[in-house]
Design a protein around this ligand. Structure first.
Ligand code: ADP
Length: 369
């Protein structure tokens, strides 16, 4: 029997890649390098990640398919090549070389607690020992200066290796810049479109953020050009969407998620955070009242196949902490502080997992037989 490449492809078409459910050929995983010498066959299978959990099983299935459907005497030599995906916005990645991970925090609508979550998450991450920066990009209501009790801070210019840079304010170990430092709170809302985008770009590019493990961006609610600018200006590691379990909030959260995953922005969604998940009165600590509905975010997360990163209850101390400029996450031994610490730990492990899977391109060669 004479072997030719089409026969090999026909056999490989019978093998499905479990990650996508597509067969290896239509998934584009078979390199155009099939070589045949007598009864010896060699070819390459491309995997996107060097540590793809399916490498071994796919390889075995490919081998079996060729031996079963063509000829059991064939000798197979296969290469497995793992190709790391190209960064989506490569030009953005170099902008802040000292920043390891950039997380965009957004919400579909205002008032769901996005800024509260961003502030507490920043504090919880410093509590875990990470270097954290927070950019308050919410032009519609820059509230981080108040939440960090630095409303009166006046960021000054500093010389860093011959460059004049804006020195962020700092409290609780978090470096902070806010559009609120530069405009009167009541005028900020007039900053739309290009003007706001340019101001924010400057707060990223021309600021002394230094070395950061996590750079959090508190985005304006909804979907706007600002979101696009932020993504194009920065290589965003992932986006987080905050919502309450209420129907109107959920439908906007859904829009927010599809904006991030859409072609124009194309940023991985790390997950959803359900804020105001339930209310527990101090005098009845066992009781949970689902004021805005029960587990709405959990259902949305399941439906859209994104992780639910955490559920934060409605507690007066969270609100008071925001108003007094002392985020509850400063006290991880309290129930609310612990909730934000658990959230931070969960996000860190999601990001670390993602970063591991995006290890640099690596060629793995495995001889099948
Ligand atoms: P957003 O940034 O989405 O507009 P904020 O973070 O400013 O929302 O929160 C809106 C209001 O709700 C604030 O007064 C804040 O203190 C309060 N708040 C947010 N989350 C909680 C919570 N889990 N428990 C109690 N109050 C909260």
């Amino acid at each position: 029997m004479k072997l030719y490449p089409k026969l090999i492809l026909d056999a490989l078409e019978k093998v499905r890649y479990p990650g996508t459910g597509k067969d290896l050929v239509s998934a584009g995983m078979i390199e155009d390098d099939i070589r045949i010498e007598g009864m010896k066959v060699s070819f390459s299978i491309i995997f996107e990640k060097p540590n793809d959990p399916f490498i071994k099983s796919v390889l075995k299935a490919a081998e079996t398919a060729i031996l079963t459907y063509i000829n059991p005497d064939i000798e197979i030599k296969g290469n497995i090549r793992a190709v790391a995906p190209e960064p989506i916005h490569p030009e953005a990645e170099k902008l802040l070389p000292g920043v390891k991970n950039t997380i965009a925090i957004s919400s579909g609508k205002g008032g769901v607690g996005k800024s509260t979550v961003a502030a507490n998450l920043a504090v919880a991450l410093t509590g875990l020992g990470y270097k954290v920066g927070l950019l308050d990009a919410d032009i519609f209501g820059p509230s981080q200066p108040k939440m960090f009790h630095v409303e009166d801070a006046r960021p000054y210019m500093t010389d860093v290796n011959g460059r004049e840079l804006i020195q962020p304010a700092e409290n609780y170990g978090v470096k902070l810049l806010s559009i609120g430092f530069f405009v009167n709170k009541n005028d900020a809302v007039l900053w739309r479109g290009a003007m706001a985008s340019n101001a924010l770009k400057q707060l990223i590019r021309d600021a002394n953020w230094g070395e950061l493990d996590y750079f959090l961006i508190d985005l304006p609610p909804g979907t706007s050009d600002i979101h696009l600018t932020m993504v194009q200006t920065l290589g965003i590691t992932g986006a987080i969407v905050v919502s309450t379990p209420q129907e109107v909030a959920l439908s906007d959260a859904r829009k927010g998620i599809s904006m991030f995953t859409g072609e124009k922005i194309n940023v991985p969604v790390l997950g959803l955070i359900e804020n105001m998940a339930w209310f527990t009165p101090a005098e009845l600590p066992e009781n949970k009242y689902y004021i805005f509905g029960k587990e709405g975010c959990k259902r949305l997360a399941e439906e859209l196949n994104v992780p639910l990163l955490g559920q934060i209850p409605i507690v007066q101390s969270i609100c008071d902490g925001g108003d007094s400029g002392r985020p509850v996450a400063l006290n991880p031994e309290t129930i609310t502080g612990a909730a934000f610490r658990a959230l931070a730990e969960n996000i860190v492990s999601k990001i670390e997992e993602r970063n591991r899977n995006q290890a640099p391109t690596q060629k793995v060669e495995i001889t099948v037989k």
